[in-house]
Design a protein around this ligand. Structure first.
Ligand code: ATP
Ligand code: MG
Length: 366
């Protein structure tokens, strides 16, 4: 998958640091991306996703560390040898037709005219743009412009495609559709994709591997399922999907986990061994909490008052207050409880996970 890959990784970062003044935008990133993978850099605004991508693309010089694509060191301003980048703003040439926009990279690469035409045509066909070839970018919808930007990058057959929030400007419906198309396209062309987004749902939907970033560092690397089910820290659990985080203190070891005292009493949870008295965060997903009559025997854990409820279609989301703590619970169908009702809640102990808090990091170098 990642570090364990025996093959040479397509993209390899070691100890990469980028400073702007005294501020470390990228604070020591290690990453291996295997050939043909769809890898997503996921994290909140300002965590260093774009900067990392620009370093891989050769648009930005790292202050420290090593970057290699296809085994060759990346040198700034010699970008485009193995990589192409798709920008959030599309950056199409406004005075060129769609066909000329897509042909641009091939012309720059010095391809013969006789070869350029058919390649451009085939690529436009692949992306459903055959009818748009003679239009100018301003005459296209956002989704169409996005596809032109993709076509322009893909037509040069880069080894690695770098995509910086390429769907950010589209409305939700178009975004979802383009997600599906992107994923299918990536599978077809077999090109390594490194994709940047701050949308965790998009990351889950698209990626083979997600790299969760926190303040210029890698907080966790894993498949969407690993990141969701076994987050390495409270930060990751909180960022990827809804989660309840309960502060607690380790009371004792338990078989395969820990006993932790919390506002909701002493709980049995999964987690790495930790000394008694140490502080942990307990993460439990809203869908892992069961309510009222649905609680299986032996899994009742307490009761609380329903403070709010909202209908989310397939689920009803309830806020349940118990002993000064509010739990978010996602219940399938119509949970039969109204605001103000007292209701029992429960869970399986294995659905509670004890996590270290956020990976601490110093951001300023002095
Ligand atoms: N050229 C620059 N000069 C100074 N600071 C910069 C520069 N580029 C980025 N930064 C800072 O580095 C940090 C990381 O920026 P980056 O653009 O990589 O974040 P990001 O994760 O892509 O965020 P977003 O989701 O908002 O696009 C930010 O705090 C940003 O202000
Ligand atoms: Mg960015």
């Amino acid at each position: 998958m990642t570090a364990s890959s025996v093959e040479m990784p397509d993209v390899r970062l070691r100890g990469v640091v980028k400073r702007f003044g005294r501020f470390e935008a990228v604070a020591g990133v290690d990453l291996d991306v295997a050939r043909g993978q769809f890898v997503t850099l996921l994290g909140p605004s300002g965590c260093g996703k774009t900067t990392t991508l620009r370093i891989i693309g050769g648009f930005e010089q790292a202050d420290d560390g090593e970057v290699a694509v296809a085994g060759e060191p990346v040198v700034k301003d010699e970008s485009g040898r193995h990589t192409r980048m798709v920008f959030q703003s599309y950056a199409l040439f406004p005075h060129m037709t769609v066909a000329r926009n897509v042909a641009f990279g091939l012309r720059m690469d010095g391809l013969a005219k006789a070869e350029i035409g058919p390649r451009v045509e085939a690529m436009l066909g692949n992306l459903g743009l055959a009818d748009q070839a003679q239009k100018y970018p301003r005459q296209l919808s956002g989704g169409q412009q996005q596809r032109v930007a993709l076509a322009r990058a893909l037509v040069t057959r880069p080894r690695v495609l770098l995509l910086d929030e390429p769907l950010g400007a589209l409305d939700l419906k178009m975004r979802k559709r383009m997600q599906g198309e992107l994923k299918a396209l990536q599978r077809d062309v077999g090109i390594t994709f490194i994709y940047v987004t701050h949308d965790q749902e998009e990351a889950m939907n698209l990626s083979d591997v997600i790299v969760v970033m926190e303040k210029g560092r890698v907080a966790q690397v894993g498949t969407p399922e690993e990141i969701y089910r076994r987050p390495a820290s409270a930060y990751v659990a909180d960022f990827v999907g809804e989660t309840n985080l309960l502060p607690g203190r380790v009371a004792a070891a338990a078989s395969g986990g820990l006993r932790v005292s919390t506002a909701l009493g002493e709980l049995t949870v999964r987690g790495k061994p930790a000394p008694a008295g140490s502080a942990v965060m307990i993460a439990v997903r809203p869908e892992a909490i069961v309510l009222g009559p649905s609680i299986p025997a032996g899994q009742a854990r307490g009761s609380g008052v329903v403070r709010s409820r909202s209908f989310l279609g397939a689920l009803t989301r309830l806020a349940i207050e118990s002993r000064g703590t509010t739990l978010t619970v996602d219940s399938p169908g119509l949970a039969g409880a109204g605001v103000g009702d007292t209701i029992e809640f429960g869970w399986r102990d294995e659905d509670l996970l004890a996590l270290p808090e956020n990976a601490s990091s110093t951001r300023e170098t002095t």
